[in-house]
Design a protein. Structure first.
Length: 366
């Protein structure tokens, strides 16, 4: 019996590792252009456990601009790591999590701003979005500190859930001349910004391009994207919505973005199967358990990638009707792709989400 248990744990570990590797290597945005399109400067690299891509359109796309844009992008991504990474033990968030008292902890204005936004969305969503859910995510076998020694008991789930909610963290914004800070109302509370930091990273890199005087660009980090101005040759940038499927990649349809951001969350990249059940990395903070029976993916269009990223996670947790209505009430364009028992995908969107310009599943050469 002990040997059988070891095999199960080993298989589960292999499955989790495979799913995470698949997520890091496959979950990328389809950009509906040829990679060698003229009139575009492309910068690529790795960050936050995934890949990023910056595309700059327009004139004067010379080596000097490439060097400046590459340096500015690298600098800003390093700032995100230093501020918000749970994997970097020296980051602001990691050091704040290690603190077990209620004293104010000094942070950057950017970290304070992001945590304040997360707390606001926690209140708006009735607890469906919660940056304190990291310990529960780890307990279900995902993310930093992931455990694979069986599922948590209901008592353990309830114990971890006691440290969630909008009221467990205080934020000092520094608006009145004071230094920005975070403080724990609950000394055991922790913060994990994984569900919002990639979007913030996109916006932070975009701000760097704006500082260089570039206004026609597309920035993408792991599928979260911000599109500004026009694509090479003129007109809005074209990006593709991916069909949610466990193996391989396929385009569902193409939409246009201009001075907008888009983010997608889904259950089809980071998960494991157990007794025929899909155990998703997305945990519902209200129950403390992985989401079940929810959408296969949620895509959100908003003004900033930060907001889009957070709302995409939120809509994976809320029910379909509630989520679409809540997003629309807050000016958020939302699309849900719902999978039935036969793996057929149905589209559900609110009135703010645009109609696709094309449904051509295989081609990406425009």
């Amino acid at each position: 019996m002990a040997g059988l248990e070891l095999d199960r744990r080993t298989l589960r570990l292999i499955g989790i590792a495979f799913a995470i590797l698949a997520a890091l290597s496959i979950h990328r945005l389809f950009i509906a252009e040829a990679p060698d399109a003229s009139g575009v400067l492309v910068i690529q690299g790795q960050t936050m456990g995934t890949r990023y891509e910056v595309r700059i359109a327009g004139a004067d796309l010379d080596l000097a601009l490439r060097r400046r844009a590459k340096e500015e992008t690298a600098r800003r991504l390093a700032e995100i790591d230093a501020w918000m990474s749970n994997w970097n033990p020296d980051s602001e968030i990691a050091r704040f999590n290690a603190q077990r008292d209620t004293d104010p902890f000094p942070v950057s204005a950017e970290t304070a701003e992001l945590v304040a936004l997360a707390i606001s969305l926690n209140e708006i969503s009735g607890g469906a979005f919660d940056v304190g859910v990291g310990p529960l995510v780890a307990r279900w076998g995902f993310g930093n500190g992931a455990r694979i020694d069986g599922h948590p008991s209901q008592a353990e789930i309830e114990r971890l859930r006691r440290h969630l909610g909008a009221g467990v963290i205080r934020v000092g914004s520094g608006e009145d001349g004071d230094a920005p800070f975070l403080a724990k109302v609950d000394p055991l509370a922790e913060i994990d910004l994984s569900a919002i930091a990639k979007g913030f990273g996109v916006d932070h890199v975009a701000a760097g391009l704006e500082a260089l005087g570039r206004h026609d660009y597309l920035v993408e980090i792991g599928g979260e994207v911000r599109a500004s101005g026009e694509r090479p040759g003129g007109g809005p940038w074209r990006v593709a919505i991916e069909k949610p499927q466990d193996e391989g990649r396929a385009i569902l349809f193409i939409i246009e973005l201009q001075n907008q951001s888009m983010a997608t969350s889904g259950d089809y990249r980071t998960f494991y199967l157990e007794d025929g059940r899909r155990i998703s990395h997305t945990i519902d903070p209200r129950s403390g358990r992985p989401i079940e029976g929810g959408p296969a993916s949620a895509t959100v269009i908003a003004k900033t990638a930060t907001v889009a990223d957070a709302w995409a996670t939120t809509l994976m947790v809320l029910s379909e009707d509630e989520g679409l209505a809540l997003a629309e009430a807050h000016g958020i364009a939302a699309l849900l792709l719902v999978r039935d028992e036969n793996a057929t995908i149905t589209e559900r969107r609110n009135a703010l989400f645009p109609e696709p310009i094309e449904r051509d599943f295989g081609r990406t050469d425009r």
